[in-house]
Design a protein around this ligand. Structure first.
Ligand code: PA5
Length: 447
């Protein structure tokens, strides 16, 4: 099955004529993207990744994953933003919901923890407790090699490795994913002899899940990275070759821009499976960092349902009418749990006897879509056939392509992120980093 984009339930908000009118703009954006004639065109390496990747490195990723599986009870994945969210999204989407705490024998691959995605001392301290007495390895992922959050975590856990194993063995347990030629981490990796993997120059962080950035941790979890790439390749084929009328990525880009022009400035991605939480986080970064600039863009938000129907549901149904909703629908649940009849029907649930929990979930979803539509929230759907590697590869590519197109329709450079630098400048100044003395004085006056 294929990942499908369906906007039929939003027909009351997006007419066939509007889609037809938007088509020329979409096709123009596609030409700009494919001819590499638009803004940010140095960062289009992701377009061909599913068919044009470093096969030798791909094998090395698999071998490194195997080594980690054999000699480590825990893998720490250190990275932030685009060097973090894709791997986490994939691992949570593909793995057992309680992967890290499954008893021995039920999980054959290492526990995986993410760190370096905040600056919390408590989190680092608590993670050190988890590692106590366990064999572990570290995958440090940073394209620049100088990002504060991962650099701090790396210092702490590198020390812990050296203390436990000595420098030489520690170096064999550190895997560095970074720029191929430049940067602090690359230099360190060369000096210490860490096995290193490449973040290609022409692939930005949020588009890097199908490089070693995502692939190494995903492979360590036991997931099939060949299938992931195959899925992405299938989606790439549709995105690049299919006509507008049958091209989900192009249609999604069109619909969201039509809705934006009607004042729908917030897009809420809604999932009905907890294991999609980080897919939504990945999606938020992809669209937020790509489109939110020049005082423009759709604010990307996410809810986990039905959980958040008991909190944010009120606002979506009834609050300010500023949003549309995109449902991520996993069509076939991998688990079937049937409800039983009880002798005394105290909770009034006996009418569901013989029905599956997934049937209840899907009914909740369908009911919610109609209610939100009636509440003037246009509802779009992305159908995901299965929670497997092939579907996920498709989903990643589907959104990446749509994001490139959508950003060009919006008129921004979807491939830069100038806005993420401002807080860093202030933080460096306040920390007393050499070279920031003047800024520091100014800021201290304001605090
Ligand atoms: O998309 C981006 O560029 C950012 O989210 C980066 O991925 C993030 O800041 C991490 O950067 P780096 O990999 O250089 O440590």
């Amino acid at each position: 099955g294929n990942v499908i984009f369906d906007y039929s339930r939003a027909s009351g908000f997006v007419s066939a004529e509007e889609m037809e009118n938007m088509k020329a703009t979409v096709m123009c954006a596609r030409n700009v993207l494919m001819n590499k004639s638009g803004a940010g065109s140095d960062f289009l390496g992701w377009i061909d990744l599913p068919v044009d990747y470093d096969k030798e490195e791909f094998q090395r990723i698999k071998m490194a994953a195997e080594k980690i599986q054999n000699d480590s009870e825990v893998l720490l994945v250190i990275g932030i933003g685009g060097s973090y969210l894709g791997a986490r999204a994939a691992i949570e989407f593909l793995s057992h919901s309680f992967y890290n705490v499954l008893p021995k024998g039920k999980r054959k691959t290492p526990e995986i923890y993410f760190v370096g995605n905040s600056i919390s001392s408590k989190y680092i301290q608590d993670l050190k407790d988890v590692l106590d007495g366990k064999d572990f390895s570290v995958n440090i992922i940073s394209k620049s090699g100088t990002t504060t959050e991962p650099a701090i975590a790396f210092r702490v856990f590198k020390d812990m490795l050296i203390e436990k194993y000595g420098r030489e063995e520690a170096n064999k347990r550190i895997y560095a994913t970074t720029d191929k030629a430049r940067g602090a981490l690359k230099n360190l990796a060369d000096e210490e002899g860490y096995e290193s993997f490449v973040v290609p120059d022409d692939v930005g962080g949020r588009f890097s899940v199908l490089t070693a950035v995502g692939l190494l941790p995903i492979a360590v979890s036991g997931a099939d990275i060949d299938k992931l790439m195959e899925g992405a390749e299938a989606a790439r084929k549709e995105a690049l070759e299919a006509d507008f009328e049958t091209n989900g990525s192009l249609q999604y880009a069109a619909v969201r821009n039509i809705l934006l022009r009607k004042g729908k400035t917030v897009e809420i991605v809604a999932n009905y499976e907890p294991s999609l939480h980080y897919v939504s986080e990945w999606w938020k970064q992809l669209f937020g960092e790509s489109e939110g600039k020049d005082q423009r863009g759709i604010f990307p938000a996410a809810v986990d349902l039905t959980t958040d129907l008991h909190s944010m549901g009120q606002f979506i149904q009834d609050g300010a009418r500023i949003m549309f909703e995109t449902v991520l629908n996993v069509e076939a649940s991998p688990a079937e749990i049937l409800l039983k009849e009880e002798e005394v029907d105290t909770d009034g649930m006996n009418y569901l006897a013989g029905k599956s929990v997934d049937f209840v979930n899907k009914s909740a979803m369908n009911g919610t879509i109609l209610a939100h539509t009636d509440g003037d929230v246009p509802n779009l759907m992305v159908g995901i056939p299965k929670q497997d590697e092939y579907s996920l590869g498709q989903l990643f590519y589907f959104f990446e392509y749509a994001c490139g197109i959508s950003g060009y329709i919006l008129g921004v450079n979807p491939f830069n992120q100038p806005g993420v630098e401002s807080y860093k400048k202030n933080m460096f100044a306040l920390l007393g980093k050499p070279g920031y003395e003047k800024e520091r004085e100014e800021l201290l006056k304001r605090l």
